[in-house]
Design a protein around this ligand. Structure first.
Ligand code: SF4
Length: 325
């Protein structure tokens, strides 16, 4: 019988879905992913998660709960580090334990440790653990791992070519970040689960595109460029996602093709409070149009949308004025 594995559409799904899906499918499993976030998903998460957690974690609880009764296992890795000498926010480390103690009626959890702090090569050994509940054939595991890595590389190349994850997940040869014909370009900077989850961010990408603007994100910036700009900080940032945000934001401010930056943060997020401040200070110094949005489940939609629209109007006016002068 085919084993069914559920993957919640939340947290680092937006970076690792192609890798995880290819790996499990290579082992003969059927992969089910939850649908896009909705109010119902959030409400389910709010009822299960502790109040102190940030909005993306509460939404992730809702996604996990949505898989109950539909799959044999839910994949909720304990993410400690996804890059050598860097860490991920501790909420990722505690996520499987929080889920296990707060969400009833769950199937088996595949909650392997992913910790690449010492070296990236450890990923193979760690993913092998994920296969152990239903596949122990070493040749099949090695082949699935090779396919998964190749798929992850293809996905990363698509992002760096200008696509956004929703387009890069599929086979379509479209440049999601660059539909063409737009007059201005806005860089959207934030954690992937904030900027790519259209429910959490009140459809910000669609709103920017409707204003006839092009959207780029940190994931469209090649790694060496991020490294170069993040390296200008006096101290190395040890959060992988924060480092990527700051490095790419500094690059965007140095790039005349970028007309403005929107930073999306979660309320009560420690890493965001620091990286947001670093980006905002640099934006002030460089005169880059900048909007900072902090989101939680109480954020008033009308107020946030008005701020986004006003910012986009300002970007358009500023760019037109500079063309005239
Ligand atoms: S980095 Fe911030 S937004 Fe992300 S999980 Fe941690 S606290 Fe939440």
């Amino acid at each position: 019988m085919t084993v069914k594995i559920g993957i919640p559409r939340s947290l680092l799904f937006y970076y690792y879905y192609p890798l995880w899906k290819t790996f499990f499918e290579g082992l003969g499993a059927e992969v089910t992913v939850t649908g896009p976030s909705t109010k119902a998903v959030l409400e389910e998460g709010l009822g299960l998660c502790v109040d102190e957690a940030c909005l993306p974690v509460k939404v992730a609880f809702g996604h996990v709960a949505a898989l109950r009764g539909k799959v044999d296992f839910i994949f909720v890795p304990r993410l400690v580090s996804v890059f050598p000498r860097e860490y991920i926010c501790p909420k990722f480390l505690g996520f499987p334990d929080m889920v296990r103690s707060c969400v009833g009626g769950l199937p088996g959890l595949i909650d392997i440790n992913i910790n690449l702090y010492r070296r990236e090569k450890d990923l193979y050994r760690q993913l092998r653990e994920a296969a152990s509940p239903f596949c122990r054939n070493p040749l099949r595991i090695a082949a699935a791992f090779g396919e998964a890595l190749a798929e992850h590389r293809r996905f990363t190349e698509r992002l760096e070519a200008g696509m956004l994850p929703d387009d890069a997940f599929g086979d379509r040869e479209v440049a999601g970040g660059k539909p063409g014909g737009e007059n201005w370009t806005v860089a959207l900077v934030g954690h992937p689960y904030n900027i790519y989850d259209s429910f959490i961010n009140l459809n910000i990408i669609k709103r920017i595109r409707e204003a006839r603007m092009n959207v780029v994100t940190a994931d469209n910036v090649p790694g060496p460029v991020v490294d170069r700009y993040a390296g200008t900080l006096s101290k190395r940032l040890f959060w992988t996602l924060g480092r990527r945000m700051v490095g790419s934001a500094y690059y965007f401010m140095d790039n005349p093709a970028i007309d403005g930056i929107i930073h999306v943060a979660s309320f009560a997020c420690g890493p965001d409070s620091m990286t947001g401040e670093l980006i905002q200070r640099r934006a002030r110094r460089t005169g880059t149009p900048f909007l900072s949005l902090t989101l939680d489940e109480h954020a008033g939609e009308a107020g946030i949308v008005t701020r986004i629209e006003a910012f986009l109007d300002m970007v358009a006016m500023k760019s037109e004025l500079s063309t005239l002068s």
